[in-house]
Design a protein around this ligand. Structure first.
Ligand code: GDP
Length: 486
């Protein structure tokens, strides 16, 4: 990310997506934006109105393209600086010629990723939480993600944390008054007890905001589903079958490790990431143990485990590893096409959808080896546990599985939505720090100076959410996430 020392440069970039397109938008920000218009397109147009102009290379006088030119004088712009926009034909050569002509102008250079947004931040046009919301909005793939990101970009989290911060500052001023009036015990004690009750109330409010089941973070990062189970039960086949469904599949790509792949689904506006894992079984070799270690690690990160069993197997099903007991689990019996009576059951599309199980289960209630397949399946059901019977091969039961996953995902991500939902670990960390300092304030009975410092640190922690108080490297980290041209 560009350091602020270069912020006197005028920056430009292709702001629309790179590649061939009908129209491309090139944006210029800084004090040379107007001279850039004049050099390429003649007279400055009236502010905020599009004019059709010939764009010529100032060096050679060659026509680059004809396009729309817009002029946005500061300060009412995204960056807060003078801004110009060229809308040209979206051909690679047109864009290259335009960018190269701009690069030849004095004090103009190509923008780095997020540099426009960084300037907007520096000029007080948006705060850090809003900038993050904007980055999330650009990355949003589903409707629920879009709504959440827009809410943050519009400043709902910023407003909430700034309100909390001003309440903290009010309590701080009471403590300072107590310090000033320390000779008058009455006045001083009263001010302190007022500050204490305000901090108690604020602490409770922030606690309940933190206690949100990580809804915002799950929605932002995706609801993670792991397909687990013994080898050969059909996990990969199931994942492939899911990837072929028409339920707005976003992508199916190789995962980060050799033995896992990922499919991203959009289930009723919620991003759901389904991962296949190496088969779980009792490990013999070192390599196998490593595979299982990775599988378990993935499974631990999951919001939902889909435990896959082979409906046709006469073997005793694999015991669900103890590590998974704490997870919400859906049990799926795959290969239902191989069990006649099961196939009849699932082939009937009018069969009502069994409610998904979120209860914990172990494999201890599994049927013993050698029992006939269908009986064996039935006997594995315990209490409210439900099995969804599917066939990765014929596709039967997949809609039920998808619905069950969607239900779990929406239960976890919807809930009651307070304004200013926490969407990232960074926000959570600062709120937790704030809570810790407030707790210290309340626990520390003596040394009023230290108590005032506790509140100052608590207020600083809140200030970090909006970037009011932050070292430059944190800002860089946030803005580097943006693409070039934003
Ligand atoms: P994994 O090791 O759990 O990932 O299992 P695979 O997806 O590799 O499948 C193991 C074998 O079972 C393959 O030969 C698949 O073709 C077969 N298989 C998977 N799902 C089904 C199914 O629904 N019906 C039938 N008949 N065979 C299946």
């Amino acid at each position: 990310m560009a350091s602020t020392s270069r912020s006197s440069d005028t920056i430009f970039a292709l702001s629309s997506a790179p590649g061939r397109a009908g129209v491309a938008v090139v944006r210029i920000s800084g004090c040379k934006a107007e001279p850039a218009i004049n050099a390429l397109a003649g007279e400055t147009p009236s502010p905020r109105s599009a004019v059709l102009r010939s764009l010529k290379d100032p060096k050679t006088g060659t026509l680059i393209d004809r396009g729309l030119v817009l002029w946005f004088p500061s300060p009412g712009t995204f960056t807060g600086e003078d801004t110009a926009e060229f809308q040209v034909h979206g051909g690679r050569a047109v864009i290259a010629a335009l960018l190269s002509a701009l690069e030849d102008l004095p004090n103009c250079r190509l923008a780095e990723p997020g540099e426009f947004a960084m300037r907007a931040f520096e000029n007080g046009k948006l705060d850090l939480a809003q900038a993050e919301g904007l980055a999330d909005l650009i990355d949003a793939e589903t409707e629920a993600q879009r709504k959440q990101a827009l809410d943050q970009a519009e400043g709902s989290l910023s407003k909430r944390s700034e309100t909390w911060r001003s309440r903290l500052i009010e309590a701080m001023s009471l403590v300072e008054a107590a310090i000033d009036f320390s000779d008058e015990a009455d006045v001083s004690d009263k001010a302190i007890s007022q500050a204490e009750s305000r901090i108690e109330a604020l602490k409770t409010e922030i606690s309940s905001h933190l206690d949100d089941g990580h809804r915002g973070e799950i929605l932002r990062d995706g609801f993670r589903v792991v397909l687990a189970g013994a080898p050969n039960v059909g996990k990969s086949s199931l994942l492939n079958a899911l990837a072929r469904r028409d339920v707005a599949i976003v992508s199916a790509e190789a995962g980060t490790t050799r033995d896992t792949i990922e499919v991203r689904l959009d289930l009723q506006g919620i991003p759901v990431i389904v991962t296949d894992t190496a088969g779980l079984r009792v490990a013999t070799g070192e390599v196998e143990q490593e595979g299982i270690r990775r599988t378990l690690a993935r499974t631990r990160e999951a919001n939902l485990v889909v435990w896959v069993e082979d409906a046709s197997s006469t073997q005793s099903p694999q015991t669900v590893p103890g590590e998974l007991n704490e997870k919400s689990t859906l049990v799926v019996a795959n290969k239902s096409d191989l069990t006649t009576s099961t196939a009849d059951l699932v082939a009937d599309e009018r069969t009502p959808l069994p409610p998904p199980s979120s209860s914990r289960r172990t494999g201890s209630d599994h049927a013993s080896a050698g029992t006939p397949p269908v009986t064996s399946l039935d006997s594995r059901l315990r209490g409210n546990d439900e099995q969804i019977q599917v066939s990765a091969k014929t596709g039967s039961g997949l809609d039920q599985l998808i619905k069950a996953i969607a239900k779990q995902a929406s239960e976890l991500t919807e809930g009651e939505r307070a304004a200013g939902v926490i969407t990232q670990a960074r926000h959570r960390r600062h709120l937790t720090d704030c809570q810790d300092h407030m707790r210290q304030f309340l626990e520390r009975r003596s040394d009023i100076e230290l108590r005032a410092e506790d509140l100052r640190l608590a207020a600083d922690a809140l200030g970090r959410i909006t970037g009011r108080i932050d070292p430059e490297d944190v800002l860089d980290q946030v803005f580097r996430r943006f693409c070039i041209g934003k």
